[in-house]
Design a binder for this molecule. Structure first.
Ligand code: F6P
Length: 358
């Protein structure tokens, strides 16, 4: 039976999304299915006129898109829609009917999977999810598309900052994204051999950071790199930013400046500077592993739809691609950095200050 499937990207963008889209289009075309590329996340379905384009192999087979970051289709970030779940579900159901979709591939984090799976309850449409986020906090899967490229971007930034820190005898604090999970901070701090890495999962003290800086000085080195996750709190246990998005979620940012001020007030043997990497972490040429994940996830998503699987997300587990139900994904919640992981052990073995585990 000819199927018509929709594909959409949802949530913050990241490198590798276009390779995912390309993979789904190629695999679906081989089965003779039609693919509708939905613009701007679920907006392309819920808003009228609906916004989409028919995608074929010609869009991707001789195109730079699979090699580029960003989302060819556009993405919808949370915090911009205020309508109730009931209203959105009705609009979504009407859109799915108008477009004649048999199935939808959602490329997003656990939040997006949850939203679309709620919209689809009771509808005669199958949904399969593909995890993507630079935060790498999508549950159950070991890797989400986009994470490895973000680690690469952050590691390069550590290398670059080291050179200027060395020229000026400075300590530089680099703030990375990741929300409440420290994966991005820990992976890039380790790859860049930073001196300090602070993550939301492990408490720290300003004195602990200063002691590490003293140790660096005593060793004869005049520069230091401190990587901090945007989601860490100040010494009072509060986030330094009190900004919220339209749905009331905290918007992070500013911890590196707070730490710069606090450390400088108590210790002056290093000049401290802070750098916030920002959205550059969501871009950059997708690294090979993100493209590889994108291609295997896309192919697997089409295979699952072909087998009639519904409400499942593809995952990477010990070198294999499998799938788990949306219910399990939602039940599990976001995945934090395991404080007993080999990454954390290696950071300690390198002598990095990573806070004090209780
Ligand atoms: O979830 C991905 C992410 O990049 C987080 O690491 C970051 O906190 C957030 O999105 C930023 O979102 P926005 O694009 O709304 O600034």
């Amino acid at each position: 039976m000819t199927k018509r499937i929709g594909i959409l990207t949802s949530g913050g963008d990241c490198a590798g999304l276009n390779a995912v889209i390309s993979s789904v289009v190629m695999a679906a075309s081989q089965k003779g299915w039609e693919v509708y590329g939905i613009h701007n996340g679920t907006d392309g379905i819920t808003e009228t006129p609906h916004s989409y384009e028919v995608l074929t192999v010609h869009n991707f087979s001789d195109s730079p898109w699979p090699r580029l970051s960003g989302s060819y289709l556009g993405s919808l970030n949370k915090g911009v829609k205020m309508e109730s779940l009931e209203t959105m579900s009705q609009k979504f159901a009407q859109g799915v009917k108008d477009l004649g979709l048999d199935a939808i591939v959602v490329v997003g984090g656990d939040g997006s999977m949850n939203i679309v799976s709620n919209y689809c309850k009771g509808l005669d449409v199958h949904v399969v999810g593909i995890p993507k986020t630079i935060d790498n906090d999508t549950p159950i899967t070991e890797f989400s598309v986009g994470f490895q490229t973000a680690v690469q971007v952050c590691t390069k930034a550590v290398d670059d900052l080291y050179l200027t820190a060395r020229s000026h005898n400075r300590a530089i604090i680099m703030e990375v994204m990741g929300r409440d999970a420290g994966h991005l901070a820990m992976h890039s701090a380790l790859a860049g051999a930073a001196d300090v890495c602070l993550v939301p999962e492990i408490p720290y003290t300003i004195d602990g950071i200063i002691n590490k800086l003293k140790e660096v000085k005593a060793s004869g080195r005049n520069n230091a790199i401190i990587v901090v996750s945007e989601g860490i709190k100040n010494e009072k246990g509060e986030h330094v930013s009190n900004k919220k998005n339209l749905v009331g979620e905290a918007v992070y940012g500013g911890i590196s400046q707070y730490l710069t001020d606090e450390i400088s007030a108590r210790y002056n043997e290093f000049q401290i500077r802070s750098t916030t990497l920002g959205h550059i972490q969501r871009s950059g040429t997708p690294v090979a592993f993100d493209r590889l994940l994108a291609y295997v996830y896309g192919a697997k998503a089409v295979e699952l739809l072909d087998k009639g699987v519904n409400r499942h997300m593809v995952i990477w587990k010990a070198g294999h691609v499998e799938s788990v139900s949306f219910d399990d994904v939602v039940k599990e919640g976001t995945t934090k950095l395991d404080t007993n992981s080999d990454y954390v052990k290696a950071a300690r073995a390198l002598g990095m200050y990573i806070g004090e585990c209780k």
